[in-house]
Design a protein around this ligand. Structure first.
Ligand SMILES: *[C@@H]1O[C@H](CO)[C@@H](O)[C@H](O)[C@H]1NC(C)=O
Length: 171
């Protein structure tokens, strides 16, 4: 950027910045973001499908703090239904994602925060999902691909609430 400041007329400056914006914007689109998140997950021994397709952007710092931004809150279907909020915060380390905020799982008709996602052993093909008082074992293969995330307006207002949308037909 600093070399551009040699072109002193302000109008030049502006049009060059706009041009750069036009060139750069398409490169930061979802697919690029998504594929590098998948790579990061794989490099940490985690399955690529841990986050849904609708990931818009993410940040990862050197401490392993991961922040993932989605288009909107939504529901993804694994062996179990997982709710993703617009922002998911987690600590990433090898084989483990400690979720601090933004992911919940349906359990006995309640939505409980997902605390921890652990790949016990790559060869066992198992993933443990900890929701605070219980672990659920899921097969690694169910997390191979980022799932489609269905929009679910209003669900975030029902989180932790009573029996809500769609539970009746799952009995
Ligand atoms: C997440 O990482 C931060 C920074 O390393 C740390 O301070 C925090 O205690 C971690 N949280 C959990 C739940 O491990």
């Amino acid at each position: 950027m600093s070399s551009l400041s040699l072109l002193t007329p302000r109008s030049h400056h502006l049009s060059i910045s706009l041009l750069l914006l036009v060139i750069i914007l398409p490169l930061t689109a979802t697919t690029a973001q998504e594929s590098s998140l998948l790579e990061i997950l794989r490099n940490h021994g985690l399955p690529a499908g841990l986050f849904p397709q609708s990931v818009k952007s993410f940040k990862l710092d050197q401490m392993g703090r991961l922040e993932v931004h989605l288009d909107r809150p939504c529901l993804a279907q694994y062996e179990t239904t997982v709710f993703f909020d617009t922002v998911v915060k987690a600590n990433l380390s090898f084989g483990q994602l400690k979720v601090l905020q933004g992911m919940s799982r349906e359990e006995l008709f309640l939505w409980l925060p997902v605390k921890d996602i652990i790949v016990t052993d790559q060869s066992s093909g198992l993933i443990l999902i900890d929701i605070g008082f219980a672990y659920k074992r899921l097969s690694f293969s169910r997390f191979d691909e980022p799932p489609v995330c269905r929009s679910h307006q209003g669900l975030s207002f029902r989180m932790g609430g009573r029996k809500g949308f769609g539970f009746g037909d799952q009995r």
